[in-house]
Design a binder for this molecule. Structure first.
Ligand SMILES: Cc1cc2nc3c(=O)[nH]c(=O)nc-3n(C[C@H](O)[C@H](O)[C@H](O)COP(=O)(O)OP(=O)(O)OC[C@H]3O[C@@H](n4cnc5c(N)ncnc54)[C@H](O)[C@@H]3O)c2cc1C
Length: 442
């Protein structure tokens, strides 16, 4: 049996952050990772000379972001790309109407003003909502307050559906009314031209990470924690468990004794989403210059409504779109050709029959990933924002759950993962430790 001061389960950003801080404070730490790589949901494909972030891409606001500070300290190149948070107007966006014709500037301005009017009313609607209200319920209240005709209301309703899908990978009726409360963007958004995964590489430097070590059992008691893998059993005084919500809910990982309250209740109200990326590399550009994104309104845009222009990033005409919520669930078993044809049908509606087939396609399958079961967690009906922190409540003084879903302020992000790892490390140590130690030299 292997013994150490601490075990960290999962080598994603939460686990690597916790392990790096514990090691910096002098503890012996082993990191157990199920996959054959580190990074978890931060992973970069580098095949065919292209850099493609299959998990996280964006820092959704660099102001005050610990990830931005770490990236700067690690010398990671970034590029501004401020439309990742599904804003209607943070940067130039080409909006197309239900007829497939691009909106005039004044029509686009009026549409965006309508979205802001509903958002302003939404804050009060959410505050006054019932405990089990959905995001649909509160958006309908805010829409009804506007006194618009059906068509005008429908355009904004669609936008709100798409926002729930793109931000949380959930159908609007399945997302809690408070499900987007903490979804804030402070400052510019940036992406990583050389790949987000180098954040994980830097954090992991010098750590004892055991790849291909899926943990099947975590036993906790006053004496500490025992983690079972197919190779060896690991014992430590304390453990940080950073596996995604989907793994915590699956029978593949047994926690013994079972999670107590409030962890168990919080976990039952969170759910992994359905959210997949589709990168389309084209032989030539057919869309307008100078726009960050293309969006379409109307029933044809039910699944494919938004495309992000990554050309500047990749130096090759590239559009990124998302299968999110129902679109991700219903295309889950489709092959790439079927998905591409379905997306191209919409692009050809907007840009004409000459739109060429892509020369390369990269499509993710997070729903089928046994070490994630989805892209990230969302709040189901009845959940409150407190569920995130409650999930991280220390268990028996020895077991600490961390990860994106345990952080209330902007959950479902890389900063949330990093900060949750920092909090878990401080709890294991029993004292504060500066988060900056993550990116300062030991
Ligand atoms: C498609 C997609 C797009 C995203 N876009 C963004 C974005 O633009 N910006 C942003 O900030 N965030 C984004 N996110 C979310 C972000 O990637 C995650 O919030 C963050 O990376 C989660 O880190 P984590 O350490 O909590 O979990 P993970 O990265 O999932 O780490 C957990 C680790 O535990 C391992 N593990 C699982 N089961 C076991 C087991 N039984 N034993 C041992 N190890 C196990 C996993 O393999 C994994 O390495 C996106 C995610 C996805 C999937």
């Amino acid at each position: 049996m292997h013994t150490s001061d601490a075990i960290v389960i999962g080598a994603g950003i939460a686990g690597l952050s916790a392990a790096r801080l514990l090691r910096a404070e002098g503890l012996s730490v082993v990191v157990l990772e199920a996959r054959d790589r580190i990074g978890g949901r931060v992973t970069t494909d580098r095949s065919a000379g292209r850099v493609t972030d299959l998990g996280a891409s964006w820092i959704h606001g660099i102001d005050g972001s610990p990830v931005a500070a770490a990236a700067t300290a690690f010398g990671m190149r970034t590029q501004e790309f401020t439309v990742g948070g599904y804003q209607p107007d943070s940067r130039p966006i080409a909006h197309y109407g239900p007829d497939g014709i691009r909106l005039s500037d004044s029509d686009a301005r009026a549409y965006v003003a309508d979205i802001h009017a509903v958002d302003a009313a939404l804050r009060d609607a959410i505050a006054a909502s019932a405990a089990d209200a959905s995001y649909r319920d509160v958006t309908e209240v805010a829409l009804a307050m506007q006194g618009w005709n059906a068509d005008r209301m429908q355009r904004v309703r669609e936008y709100l559906e798409h926002r729930a899908e793109e931000q949380y990978g959930a159908w609007i009726e399945d997302l809690a009314a408070h499900g987007l409360d903490d979804d804030t963007i402070d400052g510019d958004e940036v992406v990583f031209p050389d790949g987000y995964d180098s954040l994980a590489t830097h954090l992991a430097e010098g750590l004892d990470v055991r790849l291909d070590h899926p943990v099947s059992r975590v036993e906790w008691s006053a004496e500490g924690v025992v983690a079972t893998t197919p190779h060896e059993v690991f014992r430590a005084t304390a453990a940080v468990l950073t596996v995604p919500v989907g793994v915590l809910q699956s029978p593949a990982l047994v926690i013994d004794p079972a999670l107590p309250e409030p962890n168990a209740g919080a976990l039952s109200r969170l759910r992994m989403n359905a959210f997949e990326k589709i990168f389309l590399r084209f032989p030539a550009r057919f869309w307008d210059d100078g726009v960050y994104a293309i969006r379409q309104q109307g029933p044809e845009g039910r699944w494919w409504h938004s495309w992000y222009d990554l050309t500047a990033l990749d130096d090759e005409p590239t559009l990124l779109t998302f299968a999110a919520g129902p679109a991700a669930q219903q295309t889950r078993d489709w092959d790439d050709d079927q998905v591409v044809e379905s997306v191209l049908a919409q692009l050809r509606r907007l840009f004409g029959a000459d739109v060429p087939a892509p020369v390369a396609v990269n499509r993710t399958h997070w729903q089928d990933d046994p070490f994630a079961h989805g892209a990230y967690a969302y709040m189901t009906l009845g959940s409150t924002t407190a569920d995130h922190d409650d999930l991280a409540t220390p268990i028996g003084g020895v077991l600490h759950i961390a990860g994106e879903a345990t952080w209330t302020d902007d959950p479902a992000t890389v900063p949330a993962a990093l900060l949750s790892g920092h909090r878990a490390a401080a709890r294991v140590l029993g004292r504060e430790v500066a988060v900056e130690r993550l990116w300062s030299r030991p």
